[in-house]
Ligand binder design. Structure first.
Ligand code: PXG
Ligand code: PLP
Length: 441
């Protein structure tokens, strides 16, 4: 194994980095070379506190030997088997295990390799379901402004972030609900903001405009993540659920970030007590040790597609690596850790400590909002005049220099530590971040 250090860095030119200012990065790289527990190690050997669980995904902390051993064992037993018209036991075992923590009734699981694939899969399942019921004209999809649903053409189309959409053809027949972010009314809300439930009523407007009988599904993140941690207004998800029921629309929760304990329950669906028809997940499903995603499907939807001759393939969709044995092994080991260490409950009990800590940053330079739910938070800075995103980028670099990894999108600092974070480490995150924010004029 190469012990990378500043002077034996690999050539950086070939790797085209995702969602990165490539030239800026390669001129001044930020490379992490190792990780254990709550910490990364940088090239120069410095320990960096992980304030982001990698990228909202390493929920059980880094370098878990149980996962490593399960992966190794699986690779030596059965590295791969074809997933189409063939399979292997561990995929069934893992799907079954997932249903034990799933919201009531969502007990059929379709495996993918990422959140983006999970989203595109869910959108296709929604259309296929309506078609199977003789309502094939229900093909329209409703997303929401300021949402992220990955980068496939489906997810891109229902997504609501302009930079991700601009320049690409998107699916026809897609419309968007308004986002729920309202700084004027809701700034510095603790937990769910009080104002904005009526934003859900826009679904009535879209139904009136397009006709319910043309709409397949509504997809939302229960708490928008990438767009800057936007918890839903009180009552909002309940109202969306009721409107979907009234009009026969499927409700899809994109739980790629909120799934696997981030809010203190297995999924946001349980946290809010609102059950979607389909649920997309990824990230924490394997603690990010092996790429994987999964769509949880209400049994009735699955069953509606199990018709026609038994010899017919019911759903013409799947990936070479759907239910990859190594990913399933990592996932089973991950679920074991979540259960054994009761990490979802741990998250719930830390959430008030977290809320206090992040809101203590109120009053720091240029802080115009702080939002939190579960172990998620965002600190929004006013953009510098004529240079939106500059403050955020400087915070990223200075926090890193001070030993803390945060995620920034434009001028929003997002935090989502592993669920193993200690109260002391929570205090440390804020202790580092406060002065850093103050230095970014
Ligand atoms: N849906 C949601 C809600 C997500 O957060 C995806 C889908 C796509 O998952 P994959 O595995 O295809 O990346 C995501 C992913 C950020 C950030 O900076 C967040 C994600 C990805 C990249 C950056 O907040 N979330
Ligand atoms: N492109 C080609 C040429 C392929 O043969 C395949 C799969 O067999 C794919 C794309 C899709 O790859 P995956 O199944 O890994 O999504």
């Amino acid at each position: 194994m190469t012990a990378y250090a500043g002077d034996n860095r690999p050539d950086l030119s070939a790797f085209w980095m995702p969602f990165t200012a490539n030239r800026q990065f390669k001129a001044d790289p930020r490379l992490l070379v190792a990780a254990a527990g709550m910490h990364y190690r940088a090239e120069d050997g410095r320990e960096i506190l992980d304030g982001t669980a990698g990228l909202w995904c390493v929920n059980a902390g880094h370098g878990r030997p149980e996962i490593a051993e399960a992966v190794h064992r699986q690779l030596m037993t059965l590295d791969f088997a074809p997933p189409f018209q063939m399979s292997h036991p561990i995929a069934f075992e893992f799907a079954r295990a997932l249903t034990t923590i799933a919201p009531q009734g969502l007990d059929r699981v379709f495996f993918t390799n990422s959140g983006s694939e999970a989203v595109d899969t869910a959108l296709k399942i929604a259309m296929a379901y309506h078609a199977a019921r003789g309502e094939g004209q229900r093909t329209r999809l409703i997303g929401r402004e300021r949402s992220y649903h990955g980068v496939g053409f489906g997810g891109l189309s229902v997504g609501g972030l302009v930079n991700n959409r601009r320049g690409f053809v998107t699916l026809p027949g897609v419309d968007h609900l308004p986002h729920t972010h309202d700084l004027e009314k809701n700034a510095f809300s603790r937990g769910l903001p009080d104002h904005g439930v009526e934003k859900a009523d826009d679904l009535e407007r879209l139904v009136a405009l397009h006709g319910a009988e043309t709409i397949a599904a509504v997809i939302v993140e229960p708490v928008a993540g990438s767009a800057g941690v936007l918890p839903p207004p009180v009552g909002y998800l309940e109202r969306l659920r009721a409107l979907c029921d009234r009009h026969g629309l499927l409700l899809i929760f994109d739980e790629v970030i909120t799934g696997f304990g981030r809010l203190g329950a297995p999924f946001a669906a349980q946290y809010f007590g609102v059950t979607p028809d389909l649920m997309t997940t990824a990230k924490g499903i394997t603690n990010a040790a092996v790429p994987m995603g999964a769509v949880f499907v209400r049994r009735g939807i699955h069953d509606a597609l199990m018709q026609g001759p038994e010899t017919a393939i019911e759903f013409f969709h799947g990936y070479t690596y759907s239910g990859h044995p190594v990913a399933c092994a990592a996932g089973l080991a991950t679920l074991d850790i979540y259960r054994r260490e009761d990490l979802f409950a741990r998250c719930a009990s830390l959430a008030p400590v977290w809320e206090e800590a992040v809101h203590s940053l109120r009053g720091r330079a240029n802080v115009i909002d702080i939002r939190n739910l579960g172990l998620m938070a965002a600190i929004e800075l006013a953009p510098r005049k004529g240079a939106p995103g500059a403050r955020g980028y400087e915070v990223l670099n200075r926090a890193l220099a001070a030993g803390l990894l945060v995620r920034v999108t434009a001028d929003v600092i997002a935090l989502s530590p592993p669920l193993i974070v200690s109260p002391d480490q929570i205090a440390r995150i804020v202790e580092i971040l406060g002065p850093v924010i103050d230095t970014v004029a």
